[in-house]
Write a protein that binds this ligand. Structure first.
Ligand SMILES: [Fe+2]
Ligand SMILES: [Fe+2]
Length: 161
């Protein structure tokens, strides 16, 4: 499948990575990209298959990476445990809404569910960037933050369509 947006995004991420990015840098960049994709559908108030598929792929890879590489490092520390457990739950809610979108054939219903997904992700991103990452910085070392970034990017390279 052609996905120029993901390829562009990946290229920009790799450029950042060469500058020694932390996992937070990469995740924030992905948050911004997915927000831009949601905006395209919501501004036009029309369901668009190609854009939604990009959102779904991006979110699946992003959430899987966080769940595999970042959250396990934070869930056993008292300072970050509750926020991390909350984050897992928010991922589950998002995955359920994505399954509902796939199970619906009505484009207007898909659009309504995409708006709900967008709001759910917005709230989740706000919590990650506003609270979880701030606390994570006190739990993880600088070297951890860069090593997790490298692992995240190599996982992503293997999963991209
Ligand atoms: Fe995230
Ligand atoms: Fe997340």
């Amino acid at each position: 499948m052609e996905s120029p947006v993901l390829q562009d995004e990946l290229r920009r991420e790799q450029e950042k990575l060469r500058d020694n990015a932390t996992i937070y840098d990469i995740l924030k960049l992905e948050h911004k990209d997915v927000k831009r994709l949601f905006k395209q559908i919501i501004d036009e108030e029309r369901y668009q298959d190609n854009i939604y598929n990009q959102i779904r792929t991006a979110l699946q890879i992003h959430m899987a990476g966080e769940e595999k590489l970042l959250y396990p490092r934070l869930e056993n520390n008292e300072e970050t445990r509750l926020l991390t457990l909350e984050s897992y739950e928010e991922h589950e809610v998002s995955k359920k809404v994505m399954n509902d979108i796939d199970d619906t054939n009505d484009n207007e219903a898909k659009l309504a569910k995409i708006k709900v997904l967008s709001e759910t992700i917005d709230m989740h991103v706000e919590e990650e960037e506003g609270e979880l990452f701030k606390k994570a910085k006190r739990v993880l070392s600088d070297e951890d933050e860069r090593e997790i970034a490298r692992q995240f990017m190599s996982e992503k390279m293997n999963k991209l369509p």
